[in-house]
Design a protein around this ligand. Structure first.
Ligand SMILES: *[C@@H]1O[C@H](CO)[C@@H](O)[C@H](O)[C@H]1NC(C)=O
Ligand SMILES: *[C@@H]1O[C@H](CO)[C@@H](O)[C@H](O)[C@H]1NC(C)=O
Ligand SMILES: *[C@@H]1O[C@H](CO)[C@@H](O)[C@H](O)[C@H]1NC(C)=O
Ligand SMILES: *[C@@H]1O[C@H](CO)[C@@H](O)[C@H](O)[C@H]1NC(C)=O
Ligand SMILES: *[C@@H]1O[C@H](CO)[C@@H](O)[C@H](O)[C@H]1NC(C)=O
Ligand SMILES: *[C@@H]1O[C@H](CO)[C@@H](O)[C@H](O)[C@H]1NC(C)=O
Length: 515
């Protein structure tokens, strides 16, 4: 009796929920239809404003709320737009930006001074968004990922109410905006992903209850909380994968990111699949289109190597150079231990030896913790008895960094699982022989053979590093110059603007533009 009552109630609740969900989706679609009618007018206005009212133009929209930040992600954005402007005169680029306190002129000026990229302002427009604070992590002290994801959906909603382009490309990794854009705008979506929002590693970490930066101590020490958090990540991951699959093409910035995005595209979760086979959850699956490619395309971001690659390759000083912020994951201590090992087995490298070698550690110190780390590292150098051979240069200006790059013989990087390592690209472009950790970016993307020959050395433990440092320091002169030259040629070529443009072209973005 009681059982059937509960069953009836549950059924009624499911029906009510489903009807509500259908109602909401129906309303959103209608709203999108109205938006698109009004959008024709907005596009006309835009063409008139840019003085192109009589031309047949397509619009590509770039979702990049922090477009004025001046970092590596922004270099990708502006290089892509410059490439479109060169090759497709009939395409207008629109950037959705949250930098409401700046103007188009100021942004373009910064692009010119920071990246040396000149853009044609008559084929570029900015749509300024008011609600960027919703994607800032300070707005979401709890459930940050969920909050930011919902915030980005709202932000893209605002974007679509202001202008719907013909093709939407997210260049900041806001995958949760894809369904909003698809539903409201009815347009194809693509993305350039720097970093997965949620990675399978994160899930595994919570599962094994390892303490990590997003996993506060007291959560990992309590089983119920841990289970709750696991479910939270599981659900988020499920939806993240659904969102990614609504994209028509995906580019990623490195092999590491590609491996993660590909595994997320293949991600499945039996329990959640079952949950999503009954209404109202079924609707979510019905409405999420599924046209993503099976895998992402790796398109390396362009690096600025112009000045660095003009340094002279000969007569380098006996300097082992490390360029890394004094952050814990850079593992400067391993560098000191490796250098100690090097001096121990090769006494000629000592300050009083016949062939003295110096370790120069250049790096930024951002805060009190970093400063403490520098003090500890200096003490470690003393304890190891190598302080005469080690030089610390804290907060060096860029010209000072360039100066060391032009003088050093060997570059040292000990960070494990670094996704990329722009410092390693700089070593190579400068002709500094890299000795780097055998993991992630430096192993898979950067220090790889060129023409079947070495461009640098890999190691894992301090003693392996010591061995490889010795190898790099004791090369015969002809081999040494050859490897410097090869490393430079490779780095300049692989991370060039032209190579980036080739990759960007082959993503097939232009095939999605309505002609
Ligand atoms: C800026 O770019 C132009 C060509 O695009 C180049 O000739 C010039 O050397 C660059 N300037 C700097 C400072 O890199
Ligand atoms: C890809 O993006 C991530 C996140 O911004 C960054 O850490 C990494 O260095 C980038 N990789 C490349 C190849 O630029
Ligand atoms: C967990 O610990 C942090 C600081 O260690 C504290 O701010 C937070 O309130 C704690 N959370 C819970 C649920 O106890
Ligand atoms: C040179 O210096 C190293 C360490 O600083 C020391 O162990 C060694 O005895 C010195 N050798 C000579 C010949 O002074
Ligand atoms: C390095 O720069 C940071 C911030 O830019 C500053 O707080 C710190 O005091 C500086 N440290 C040194 C040693 O100059
Ligand atoms: C990219 O494609 C455009 C036209 O579709 C072409 O003009 C340009 O040369 C291509 N760039 C590269 C590097 O292949």
């Amino acid at each position: 009796m009681a059982l059937s009552l509960w069953a009836n109630l549950a059924c009624a609740a499911l029906v009510a929920l489903s009807l509500t969900a259908i109602g909401i989706l129906h309303w959103i679609r209608n709203y999108g239809r109205k938006l698109r009618v009004m959008n024709a007018l907005r596009r006309e206005e835009l063409r008139t404003m840019l003085g192109r009212s009589n031309e047949r133009t397509s619009i590509v929209g770039f979702f990049h709320p922090y477009c004025n930040a001046g970092g590596g992600g922004e270099r990708v954005l502006w290089t892509a737009i410059a490439s479109i402007q060169r090759a497709h005169p009939d395409v207008l680029s629109v950037v959705y930006s949250g930098d409401i306190d700046t103007t188009k002129g100021q942004i373009l000026e910064k692009v010119k001074s920071r990246f040396n990229i000149s853009l044609d302002d008559s084929r570029l427009h900015f749509v300024f968004l008011e609600t960027r604070h919703l994607v800032e992590d300070s707005s979401w002290p709890r459930f940050t990922l969920l909050g930011q994801s919902l915030g980005s959906m709202w932000l893209s909603w605002e974007a679509m109410t202001k202008l719907i382009p013909d093709l939407y490309i997210d260049t900041m990794g806001y995958a949760f905006t894809f369904p909003v854009v698809t539903l409201l705008g009815g347009i194809p979506v693509g993305a350039y992903v720097h970093y997965p929002t949620i990675s399978t590693d994160m899930l595994a970490r919570v599962k094994s209850r390892i303490q990590w930066h997003t996993n506060a101590n007291n959560i990992s020490s309590s089983s119920i909380l841990s289970q709750g958090k696991l479910l939270y990540y599981r659900v988020l991951m499920y939806y993240y994968a659904l969102c990614l699959r609504t994209a028509s093409f995906l580019m990623v910035n490195s092999t590491w990111t590609k491996n993660h995005i590909d595994s997320i595209l293949r991600h499945s979760d039996l329990l959640l699949d079952i949950v999503h086979s009954v209404p109202p959850f079924l609707l979510i699956k019905l409405f999420s289109s599924n046209n993503a490619p099976k895998s992402a395309r790796c398109v390396y971001p362009p690096c600025d190597t112009q000045e660095i690659s003009s340094f002279v390759l000969t007569n380098r000083e006996r300097v082992v150079l490390s360029i890394a912020q004094f952050r814990p994951e850079k593992d400067h201590a391993a560098q000191l231990h490796a250098f100690k090992g090097l001096l121990e087995t090769n006494p000629q490298y000592n300050a009083n030896g016949t062939d003295p070698v110096q370790l120069v550690m250049v790096g930024g110190s951002r805060n009190a913790e970093d400063a403490k780390r520098v003090v500890a590292l200096r003490r470690l150098a003393q304890d190891l008895g190598i302080e005469q051979c080690v030089k610390f240069i804290v907060n060096a200006s860029y010209p000072v960094v360039l100066d060391w790059l032009s003088r050093a013989s060997v570059g040292l990087s000990t960070m494990q699982d670094e996704h990329f390592g722009i410092n390693v690209v700089e070593f190579m472009a400068a002709g500094v022989i890299p000795v780097v950790h055998a993991s992630a970016g430096p192993l898979l993307d950067i220090v790889v053979p060129f023409d079947g020959q070495l461009t640098g050395y890999h190691a894992r433990t301090p003693s392996e590093f010591a061995t490889e440092l010795h190898t790099a320091l004791s090369l015969p002169p002809d081999k040494e110059i050859a490897i410097r030259q090869r490393a430079r040629t490779w780095a300049v070529q692989r991370f060039s603007e032209q190579e980036f443009e080739k990759g960007w072209n082959s993503s097939g973005w232009s095939t999605y533009l309505q002609k």
